[in-house]
Structures are given as structure tokens and as C-alpha cells.
Design a protein around this ligand. Structure first.
Ligand code: HEC
Length: 186
């Protein structure tokens, strides 16, 4: 009898242990599952950024050239609020700031090169796209207070996959930059 009671106790112990082990395994699998899931995209109000009238006449903040796949030349323009903030070095940017990044294909110019002794002239070719960053902290709270838009031939590109990339990349900057790469070129 004594032996039987001991065996029963042992069985309960083994059962209890395997139950606990099962729970641990299930929990581990759940956690692993959650980690494997791709980052759930944050929902951004991406369809509300429009191309403002007259943006082409805005003041110049700086220029940039991207080589590689883009191979373009770019101008960064800003509305009055943006230009003042850039010149004053004000961060974070005030509400109503709009920054426009215009880009054109980066092309060598044989016509210009003809006046030089060696090829050296590169110019803006056809436009590629215009990108906008719009500061509206309430509306775009989910993306650091910035709304993003891309326009091709004046028409908005509403592809959510494209627009998800904007904040994700701009957010890699140090926080005092307020998600803006460009510096004012005097
Ligand atoms: C992989 C990183 C990356 C992605 C994705 C990206 N940007 Fe940028 N963006 C940059 C960099 C770097 C600059 C500055 C230099 C340049 O243009 O190469 C810039 C500059 C800008 C500027 C000029 C103001 C500033 O922040 O310097 C605007 C406006 C802008 N991007 C909007 C957008 C929009 C809209 C999208 C999405 C459609 C987007 N960007 C996607 C990296 C990125």
C-alpha cells in the first residue's frame, strides 16, 4: 500500500510537471509567433496631402543629387513658414510647415559640354516626382506630426506601400532633426 501511494504521488508530480512544461512551450510558441509577424503597418491618413498651388514659386532651401537607382537632381523648396524655420534653425518645425522636394533625371548635357574642353555639364532632365512633407501635428500624430505625399505629373500617388516608406525612413534621423534631412544652404 505504501509503495502504491508513493507511485500515485510520483504520477501526480510527473503529470503536474508536464502540464507546466506544456504551458511554457505554448507560451514560447505564442511569443515566437508574435515576433515572426511582420510589423503591422501604422495607419496613416495618407490620402490627405495635396499639392499646394504655387509650390513651384516657393523659395529654395537646398539642392541634392541622388546617384544609384534614382540618379536624379533635386531642389528642396519651402513655404514661408518652412523657409523662416530653416533660416532661424527652429526645431521642431512649426504647424503649417510644408517642404517640397522636386526631382528631375540627372543628365549629362553634350550641348553644354561643347563649350568646354572636356565633358563636365550635368543638368535637370524630365521631372520624376515631387514629394511633400506637411506639418500638422494633430492630423498626422501617428507619423511624428508629418504627412507625406508623392506626386507624379501633378497627380498624387496613393500607393499605401510607397507612402508607408516615408515616415519609416525619415524616423531614422536623430530626434532633434524633427524628421527632416535637409539643412538650409545659405
Ligand atoms: C530610404 C529613406 C527615405 C525614404 C523611404 C523617403 N525619404 Fe524623403 N528623404 C530622404 C533623404 C536622405 C532626404 C534628403 C536628401 C535626399 O533627398 O537625398 C529626403 C528628403 C525629403 C524631403 C525634403 C525635406 C527633408 O526631409 O530633407 C521631403 C519633402 C521628403 N524627403 C519626402 C518624402 C516622402 C513624401 C517620402 C515617401 C513617398 C519619402 N520622403 C521617402 C530619405 C527618404
Amino acid at each position: 500500500m505504501k509503495l502504491g501511494a508513493e507511485t500515485g504521488g510520483m504520477q501526480r508530480l510527473v503529470l503536474g510537471l508536464s502540464g507546466a512544461l506544456f504551458t511554457v512551450v505554448v507560451l514560447l510558441q505564442l511569443t515566437a509567433g508574435a515576433q515572426d509577424k511582420p510589423n503591422t503597418p501604422i495607419s496613416l491618413p495618407i490620402d490627405t496631402v495635396t499639392l499646394p498651388d504655387g509650390y513651384r514659386d516657393w523659395k529654395l532651401i537646398s539642392v541634392a543629387h541622388e546617384a544609384g537607382k534614382n540618379n536624379d537632381i533635386r531642389a528642396i523648396l519651402g513655404n514661408e513658414i518652412a523657409v523662416k524655420a530653416f533660416r532661424d534653425g527652429k526645431r521642431p518645425f512649426p504647424e503649417g510647415t510644408v517642404i517640397a522636394r522636386l526631382a528631375w533625371q540627372y543628365q549629362s548635357s553634350p550641348r553644354n559640354d561643347a563649350v568646354f574642353s572636356a565633358p563636365q555639364s550635368f543638368v535637370a532632365g524630365p521631372p520624376t516626382n515631387v514629394q511633400l512633407s506637411v506639418k500638422d501635428s494633430k492630423h498626422f500624430a501617428a507619423s511624428g506630426g508629418w504627412g507625406y505625399g508623392q506626386f507624379e505629373g501633378g497627380r498624387p500617388n496613393r500607393d499605401p506601400a510607397l507612402l508607408q516608406t516615408c515616415f519609416a525612413c525619415h524616423a531614422k534621423l536623430e530626434s532633434r532633426a524633427d524628421f527632416v534631412f535637409t539643412h538650409y544652404s545659405p
